[in-house]
Write a protein that binds this ligand. Structure first.
Ligand code: SF4
Length: 424
């Protein structure tokens, strides 16, 4: 039995580096971490089938790579999505997308684009998890509890006392996320709920608008006026939200209201936003796409150059008319039912952990390793500023996504060279 203390967790983007992992011949299992995601996803067995499958039949890797190259090489409208992999895997996916004219998008990019749409229109002032932990004295949480997606947010980044001089204690106020979340109970006496005293509560957009009106001094009284006063009196307020959890139409308008609100408070005291978006290295995928192409995710190469369109290149839209979908899900043995979203006859190539259970067997399945479990890799923290290097826990003979995609790209090159007409 081996023990790996202080293992970095790659899953949700909070970058917890304190997971204890036990290992024996049968595989790895985490010691209870307080995080349901880590406790589930770090549990991996060595008794898994590592052979690729074509139509459900096990084949050698060389045959699987050749089949992937054939499908992608013949495709008229390829889509590379999911994109849940480390930075190296994303870069390899972008190279392949450029080669075959594919669209690239991450499974969770909806949440990201609710924020990016506002960043584009207005700009914003945002901060980091370290600033939240070390300097902030008032946390305003807007909307549903972000810990639903980032389970140890409060425990790791808000419960510890601020580290810098003058930073004693902090308040945590929840606006519009009804009822008070169980996940935040670790905040104890710091936690407060802001809302109307009686009757039905307004929707989130109305609450944000009401708070902005109170900050502008438009005759507000009651809870919103009190909250506006507390924001102004704070030394360093941080407004936290997870746009992916906002319900209702036009969630980006709520984000826009928050960005304007932060700007208002920042005129009198220090105030910044902390927009949390998605898991599975969503931020790293977006960073890699931006530095490689100049555009964020939802970029397509079908015109022979990278073009970005947040609506047209949304993977859910493209899945409807793609003829081949290469789906990448290296972090967790789960896949959306993309076959149901796609048109009849669309071939699905899945790169996912060997434990993945499919509702419909894909045309081609290549088992891959998980960054931080089967191989080392870089993933970005959810606040976009830190790249984290994960380690290796167990050797199960599983290739990385990057290694598989590079083999497919090489096979495509070989195919195109062998079919080029001879020059005289
Ligand atoms: S909160 Fe996120 S980073 Fe931390 S252990 Fe859970 S899944 Fe991993």
């Amino acid at each position: 039995m081996a023990f790996h203390p202080d293992t970095l967790c790659p899953f949700c983007g909070l970058g917890c580096g304190d997971i204890g992992i036990e290992q024996d011949d049968s595989g790895i299992a985490p010691r209870p971490s307080g995080c349901p995601q880590a406790d589930r996803l770090f549990r991996r067995s060595t008794a898994v089938q590592t052979a690729p499958r074509i139509g459900g039949t096990a084949v050698p890797m060389t045959q699987a790579v050749a089949e992937a190259a054939r499908l992608l090489g013949d495709s008229r409208a390829p889509l590379i999505a999911g994109l849940a992999t480390d930075v190296d895997g994303v870069l390899a996916a972008l190279t392949l997308a450029g080669r075959i004219g594919a669209t690239v998008d991450h499974e969770h990019s909806d949440a990201l684009f609710r924020n990016l749409a506002v960043l584009r229109r207005l700009g914003w002032s945002v901060t980091t998890l370290a600033e939240l932990r070390n300097r902030c004295d008032l946390v305003l949480v807007v909307g549903p509890d972000p810990a639903a997606a980032f389970p140890r947010l409060w425990e790791r980044w808000v419960v510890p006392e601020p580290a810098f001089p003058g930073g004693t204690g902090r308040s945590v106020l929840f606006l519009g996320g009804d009822p008070l979340p169980e996940t935040a109970q670790c905040l104890g006496g710091r936690i407060e709920k802001v809302g109307m005293a009686d009757g039905p509560q307004p929707d989130l957009a109305s609450l944000v608008t009401g708070l902005r009106a109170a900050l502008a001094g438009h005759g507000a009284t009651g809870p919103m006026a009190d909250l506006a006063a507390r924001l102004r009196a704070a030394r360093y307020a941080v407004v936290v939200w997870a746009a992916g959890l906002f319900a209702g139409p036009q969630p980006d308008l709520i984000v826009e209201g928050l960005v304007r609100l932060i700007r208002k408070v920042d005129g009198t005291t220090r105030c910044a936003g902390l927009p949390l978006s998605g898991a599975d290295n969503l931020v790293g995928a977006n960073q890699a796409c931006t530095w490689r192409t100049g555009f964020p995710l939802r970029t397509g190469f079908d015109r022979g150059m990278p073009l970005h369109d947040p609506d047209r290149f949304d993977w859910r839209e493209r899945a409807r008319d793609a003829d081949v979908i290469l789906w990448i899900s290296a972090f967790r043995p789960e896949m959306p039912e993309i076959a149901a979203m796609a048109g009849t006859g669309t071939a699905v190539i899945a790169l996912a952990p060997p434990e993945t259970a499919f509702t419909a067997e894909p045309a081609l399945f290549i088992p891959v390793g998980t960054p931080g479990i089967d191989h080392a890799g870089d993933v970005f923290r959810a606040d976009s500023v830190v790249a984290l290097r994960t380690g290796v826990l167990v050797v199960r003979g599983l290739p990385s996504v990057a290694a598989v995609l590079r083999q497919i790209a090489t096979a495509l090159e070989d195919t195109s060279m062998s079919t080029e007409p001879a020059r005289c």
